[in-house]
Design a protein around this ligand. Structure first.
Ligand code: NDP
Ligand code: 8X3
Length: 248
C-alpha cells in the first residue's frame, strides 16, 4: 500500500486531501498541531491505516523527532503534501506586525523545508516519490497588504522549481498547486478569529471548496512516473485574479 504524508491535515485543504488520498488507496500520515481533529479524521477514515503525528512545522527538532518516531516504512512516503501554513494579518508593510511576518515565513517556508528535510533521506534512498507543495495565487501576483504572505508563497514557488531540478536524479518528482480563494479556516486565521471579517472574503460568489483542490492533488500524485504536472493555478469560477472577483 502506498503512503501519503500530509501536513496541515486537521483542517481545510489538507483534511480534504487526506480524504481524497485515502479514497485513492493510500495509507496516510496526517499531521498538524490539533490532535483531536486528526484523531477524528483517522476514525472517520477507518479502516484505512492513518498514523497521526502532532508537531509545529516551525520547530525543526520536533519535526525530525516526530518523523523518527514513525515505523521505518512510513519515514519514506510515496507522496509528501507540504500544505501546512497560512496567512497572519493583512496590513500595509508600514503597519504590519513582525510577529505575523515571522509566523508566515517560519511556517510557510521554513516549515515546508523542515518537513522535507526530515523525509527526503527515505524518499531519495528509495529513488521514487512525489512532493506536492501548496503555493498560492498570492505567490504569483502581488496584492495590496499581502506583502509577507505573498512573499512566503513566492518562495514556495521558487523552492518547488529548484527542488524539482535538484531531485531530478533521485526519481523524486516535485510539483505545486496554487489555489485561489478556497473557503477554509484560512481567513479566520488571517483575521485572528474575526468570523465576520472572514465570512466577507467569501461573500457574493461561490468560492472553491477544499475538495476541489484535493481532487486535483489526487489526480496529480497518481500520474505515472513519466508524467509530472508541474504547476497548477486553480481559481474560483468568479475569480479572475487574486483580488479580482465578480461578486453579486
Ligand atoms: P486552514 O487554516 O483551514 O488549514 C491550515 C492547516 O495548516 C491546518 O491543518 C493547520 O493545523 C496547519 N498549520 C498551520 N500552521 C501550522 C504550524 N505552524 N504547524 C503545523 N501545522 C500548521 O487553511 P487552508 O486549508 O486554506 O490552508 C492550507 C494551505 O493552503 C496553506 O498553506 C495556505 O496558505 C494555502 N492556501 C490557501 C488558500 C485559501 O484560499 N484557503 C489559497 C491558497 C493557498 P493546526 O492548526 O492543527 O496546526
Ligand atoms: C490564499 C489566497 O488570495 O487570499 O493564498 O492570498 S489569497
Amino acid at each position: 500500500m502506498k503512503t501519503a504524508f500530509i501536513t496541515g491535515a486537521s483542517s481545510g485543504i489538507g483534511r480534504a486531501t487526506a480524504v481524497a488520498l485515502a479514497g485513492a488507496g493510500f495509507q496516510l500520515v496526517v499531521t498538524g498541531r490539533r490532535r483531536e481533529r486528526l484523531d477524528e479524521l483517522a476514525a472517520q477514515l477507518a479502516p484505512v491505516p492513518v498514523h497521526v503525528l502532532t508537531f509545529d512545522v516551525r520547530d525543526r527538532a520536533a519535526v525530525s523527532a516526530a518523523v523518527a518516531s514513525l515505523p521505518v516504512e512510513l519515514q519514506a512516503p510515496d507522496v509528501l503534501v507540504n500544505n501546512a501554513g497560512g496567512a497572519h494579518g493583512l496590513a500595509p508593510i508600514q503597519s504590519g506586525d513582525p510577529h505575523d511576518w515571522d509566523q508566515m515565513l517560519d511556517a510557510n517556508v521554513r516549515g515546508l523545508l523542515n518537513v522535507t528535510y526530515a523525509l527526503l533521506p527515505g524518499m531519495t534512498a528509495r529513488q521514487t516519490g512525489f512532493i506536492l507543495n501548496i503555493g498560492s495565487v498570492a505567490g504569483q501576483e502581488a496584492y495590496a497588504n499581502g506583502n509577507v504572505y505573498c512573499a512566503s508563497k513566492a518562495a514556495v514557488g521558487m523552492l518547488t522549481k529548484t527542488m524539482r531540478l535538484d531531485l531530478l536524479p533521485t526519481g523524486v518528482r516535485v510539483a505545486e498547486v496554487n489555489p485561489g480563494a478556497v473557503e477554509t479556516e484560512f481567513s479566520r486565521v488571517r483575521f485572528k478569529g474575526d468570523e465576520a471579517r472572514a465570512a466577507k472574503v467569501y461573500e457574493g460568489f461561490e468560492p472553491l471548496r477544499p475538495e476541489d483542490i484535493a481532487d486535483i492533488i489526487a489526480f496529480m500524485v497518481t500520474r505515472p512516473p513519466h508524467v509530472t504536472i508541474a504547476e497548477v493555478l486553480v481559481l474560483a469560477g468568479a475569480q479572475g485574479a487574486a483580488t479580482t472577483i465578480a461578486r453579486k
